[in-house]
Design a protein around this ligand. Structure first.
Ligand code: NAD
Ligand code: MG
Length: 512
């Protein structure tokens, strides 16, 4: 081998997912505005970090109000453009299928990129984040041809003969503000119905995890989404996010994230009374009846709280176990927690990756301290695992179980959004239901039993947008998802989400 060959710097092998991700990360990224890849007007950038190592992956534009303004202008122009407005329903459906195809064709790369930026295991990113995104576009590809209005039997005075019919028209320019826990699939939860109904969008990913969204934007261009129909602005919540929520040129905001930020968005939206839909926090009760199988329930209860590092809005964070099974379930779930393999997302043995950021790690650790201080009994985890070398600076945390928690404790009342389970004992079913409902949140709940009649009765009484019986965390593009109380406004997915992205127009025709 000649010396010149030996000294050539390694070129990423773009035939592999790893090579393509390395190529993607090899330069600072830009954002997509009106079909053009742009830096922030200010020229500022910020780092995005690998949570397994704390090292910088690359930089993205630190977009602010000026960039949001450009993106909204581009989205308004695209919304008025006949090439988008008049696209036939079949062609719109076909476009969504193309998007699903390109996501599928790049699935391994997207999963690896998601894992690097967020910390989650690659296998989870591949199956859940990327898999769900493909399913969403396929499901919503079927809707443009089915957005039917009605003809209405009205009763005008004086024998007037009229035709009254309704159409469902796109709401307009939609601002999508998404979180970091399922970055790409949360974007697709909103993008797919927005495009199916003919809206145009400005999408702001979370500052912790902008990369999969930027790569997705490239793929949307590849799939043939017209310029300006999807614009992506990377930036911080307080600047770019707040500017999007307040912008007069935006007709609707679809948001997923914390309840606190949801409140700020509602206030910002008041200026032009834009429509708002919100998927917010949760503190979901997971309820074990006395006839459940303790071993199976313990495994499921561990999954329900520790999946995705506990960073799931529906996480089963309050485990209520009937007195008859309490000790057995507590022991088994604690033992399962201790056995969960915590490590970097690209190690195939890893079951739980690092938390998303140093800031979030500190927040979750603070809740563990509060649980100890308020008198809950720690039965598993409680601190970081031993990790050495490259991963010593990563944001790892062991799956943590508290026993004997109660409703006066912050670990029972507040959303931790991390791998921390609060376990409680119950005896009386009326008290149990009252406890389960004793929360400002109402996103989801789980019930474990072999007595389905009993399960239905409890499900009927729970204040929750979703109830899972003998399962947990199942979702599907065809099934509505959302919360009651302070867990949100509106339902995403299924046919119900179409109402969030359309306005009904009633047309009256006098035909004599
Ligand atoms: P967050 O709600 O602040 O962030 C979510 C998104 O909102 C991000 O894109 C962010 O940039 C944006 N944002 C922040 N402030 C904004 C504002 N004033 N106007 C418009 N957009 C704004 O969440 P976080 O700070 O990353 O996490 C804090 C806590 O929120 C977590 O610990 C967890 O409890 C909860 N959370 C819940 C979910 C969920 O899916 N329900 C997701 C993320 C975070
Ligand atoms: Mg990151």
């Amino acid at each position: 081998m000649s010396s010149s060959t030996r000294h050539t710097p390694p070129v990423p092998d773009e035939t592999t997912a790893e090579g393509r991700v390395r190529h993607f990360l090899s330069a600072p990224r830009t954002m997509l505005i009106g079909g053009v890849w742009e830096s922030a007007v200010s020229g500022h950038v910020f780092d995005t970090v690998d949570p397994a190592t704390g090292s910088v992956l690359t930089q993205v534009p630190d977009g602010d109000g000026q960039d949001i303004d450009r993106a909204v202008t581009a989205a308004r122009r695209a919304f008025a453009d006949p090439s988008w407005r008049r696209l036939s329903a079949l062609d719109r459906g076909q476009l969504l299928h193309h998007v699903a195809d390109v996501i599928e064709a790049n699935a391994d790369e997207l999963a690896l990129l998601e894992s690097r930026d967020n910390g989650k295991p690659v296998s989870v990113a591949r199956a859940v984040d990327v898999g769900t995104s493909v399913k969403l576009f396929r499901y919503f590809a079927g809707w443009p041809t089915k957005l039917e209005g009605s003809t209405i039997p009205v009763s005008p005075r004086g024998g007037l003969r009229v035709l009254n019919y309704t159409t469902h028209q796109p709401v307009g320019v939609v601002g999508l503000i998404v979180p970091w826990n399922f970055p790409m699939s949360m974007a697709c939860w909103k993008l797919a119905p927005a495009l199916a109904t003919g809206c145009t969008v400005v999408l702001k990913p979370a500052e912790e995890t902008p990369l999969s969204t930027l790569r997705l934007a490239e793929l949307l261009v590849e799939a043939g989404v017209p310029d300006g129909v999807v614009n992506v602005v990377t930036g911080r919540g307080a600047t770019a996010g707040a500017a999007l929520a307040a912008h007069d040129g935006v007709d609707k905001i679809a948001f997923t994230g914390s309840t606190e930020t949801g409140r700020a968005i509602v206030q910002a939206a008041a200026g032009n009374l834009k429509k708002v839909s919100l998927e917010l926090g949760g503190k979901s009760p997971n309820i074990v009846l006395p006839d459940a199988d303790p071993e199976a329930v313990a495994e499921a209860a561990a999954q329900a709280i520790f999946f995705n590092q506990g960073q799931v809005c529906t996480a089963g964070s309050r485990l209520y176990v009937h007195d008859a099974l309490y000790d057995d379930v507590l022991e088994a779930v604690s033992e399962r927690a201790e056995r969960i393999v915590v490590g970097p997302g690209d190690d195939p043995a890893t079951e739980m990756g690092p938390l998303v950021s140093a800031r979030h790690h500190a927040r979750v650790t603070g809740y563990i301290a509060s649980g100890r201080q308020q008198g809950a009994r720690l039965t598993a985890g409680g601190g970081p695992p031993e990790v050495a070398g490259l991963y010593a600076e990563g944001y790892f945390l062991r799956p943590t179980v508290f026993a004997d928690a109660d409703h006066g404790m912050r670990i029972v009342r507040e959303e931790i959004f991390g791998p921390v389970l609060a376990t409680m004992r119950w005896n009386n079913v009326d008290d149990l239901v009252a406890k389960a409902n004793d929360s400002p949140f109402g996103l989801s709940a789980g019930i474990w039993t072999s007595d389905l009649g009993h399960a239905h009765r409890i499900a009927d009484d729970l204040q929750a947008g979703t109830v899972w019986i003998n399962c947990f965390n199942l979702t599907d593009p065809a099934s509505p998802f959302g919360g009651v109380k302070q867990s949100g406004w509106g339902r995403e997915m299924g046919r119900t989400v179409l109402d969030l992205y359309t306005e009904v127009k009633s047309v009256w025709v006098n035909f004599g």
